[in-house]
Design a protein around this ligand. Structure first.
Ligand code: HSE
Length: 436
């Protein structure tokens, strides 16, 4: 039987999961591939720890160069993470003519253009399904299944940690810190959880998706990023009373040859299927001009779900090796010479509905001052609600607006904040109605 040799860089959670699937499902993979995937080398700083997997004799090594420089290895799987050593090793593997699979969203978001060019020049595959949405085949869906569609928009829950935290606060009323500790204990938070809760992890994934969806160069720096650390139980409760859930969303839209790319907490109506995606689960909705709306749903993190995506990439590459061809599907689905820079629209130009929570003194004339400023900025109030509860020197006033322009909303909030009747920083959450 033909053998394809695999080298693994990083035997942490996902790396171990890949080894487990390769061993436990070996017969199944052979029957689908018609060849054996052989884990020839696996590099990790710690080769002594028992991972519950029986690696063959001589497979484990502490030297990653044993993997990327081994002339018999066909496919290198990079599961180390980070943007330094992982980048050097991937480039070395590509230079040595090896195909690469990576789960490294931060690396692809920040250096993807250069890595993709290096792989295309060398005629090797670089695959990254496990980098976005864990087990969900979102890259394959965009690159292959929807190849006949103009992608019009993508909206997704792409960070299990944030979704777990928001779900726990909503359903169990636990504090933010307790919920975050739970996500860390479950093992899906990043080593630095700020990457999760401040929205960067989600933005890394959005940068990758918008690049593939529209054939644009990856442009992480242009994404608007806001995390969930400022969201309070009061906002979640109010949202619920008005028929909304609060979710950290990644949103990209294409129109007029410009792209919208933003990550922020959003209020979404209960009728939006993303509102029912709870716990650490991820989901993404895609709108294509031929398919209309479609949705993927599944575990966005975790050992076996993420490893499953890596194995899928590995088998795809192995199939082209066996067919004796270079990679058939372009890295971003578009021909390399068709990849272009597409401008990302400034956040100021966004038109959205908004939720605004103010904390103000409870005295005559306060509401009229606030409403006057909103009116001056062409912001129409849809509903307003004040509750009799002392909070940070005032009382909370909740407002929902009709569609308004982000730049005007920001200017209005700056003016409102400077009123002497306002006692705390305002809260702003964008509302994703279907007609935004
Ligand atoms: N920290 C990420 C999450 C892991 O919480 O979803 C998967 O990318």
């Amino acid at each position: 039987m033909k053998v394809i040799n695999i080298g693994l860089l990083g035997v942490g959670t996902v790396g171990t999961g890949i080894a487990k699937i390769m061993i436990d499902n070996e017969a199944l993979i052979v029957s689908r591939l018609g060849a054996k995937l052989n884990l020839k080398k696996a590099a990790d700083l710690d080769v002594a720890r028992d991972r519950g997997v029986s690696f063959g004799k001589g497979v484990l090594t502490t030297n990653p160069l044993d993997v990327v420089n081994d002339p018999e290895i066909d496919i290198v799987l990079e599961m180390i993470g980070g943007v330094t050593i992982a980048k050097d090793l991937i480039l070395q593997a590509i230079a040595n003519g090896k195909h690469v699979v990576t789960a490294n969203k931060a690396l692809i978001a920040s250096h993807g253009n250069m890595i993709f060019n290096a792989a295309a020049d060398k005629g090797v595959a670089i695959a990254f399904e496990p980098s976005v949405g864990g087990c969900m085949p979102i890259i394959k869906t965009l690159r292959e299944s929807l190849v006949g569609n103009h992608i019009l928009s993508i909206a997704g829950i792409l960070n299990g940690t944030c979704n777990y935290i928001l779900t726990k606060i909503t359903s169990e009323g636990v504090s933010f810190d307790v919920a975050l500790a739970g996500a860390q204990a479950e093992g899906f938070a990043e080593a630095d959880p700020a990457l999760d809760i401040e929205g960067f992890d989600t933005a890394h994934k959005l940068a990758i998706l918008s690049s593939i969806a529209y054939g644009m160069e990856i442009s992480f720096k242009d994404i608007y990023i806001e995390g969930i650390s400022h969201i309070t139980p009061m906002d979640i409760e109010f949202a619920g009373q008005y028929g909304y859930k609060i979710k950290l969303l990644a949103i990209t839209k294409y129109a007029d040859d410009t792209v919208e790319a933003r990550v922020h907490p959003a209020m979404i109506p209960f009728s939006n299927p993303l509102s029912s995606v709870n716990g650490s689960l991820n989901a993404v909705t895609i709108t294509g001009d031929a398919v209309g709306d479609m949705m993927l749903y599944g575990y966005g993190a975790g050992m076996l779900p993420t490893a499953s995506a890596a194995v899928s990439d590995m088998v795809d590459i192995a199939r082209s090796i066996l067919a004796g061809s270079s990679p058939v599907i372009p890295i971003r689905s578009f021909q390399t010479d068709r990849i272009r820079k597409i401008p990302v629209r400034p956040m100021d130009e966004l038109i959205s509905h908004y939720y605004i929570r103010l904390t103000a003194l409870d005295r005559p004339g306060v509401l009229s001052k606030i409403a006057g400023i909103l009116g001056d900025h062409d912001i129409s109030i849809k509903s307003v609600h004040q509750i009799d509860q002392k909070l940070k020197g005032g009382v909370p006033i909740f407002m929902l607006t009709h569609q308004a322009k982000e730049a005007e909303v920001q200017k209005a909030l700056t003016k409102i904040s400077s009123l002497d009747v306002i006692t705390d920083k305002p809260m702003l959450i964008r509302i994703e109605e279907k007609n935004n």
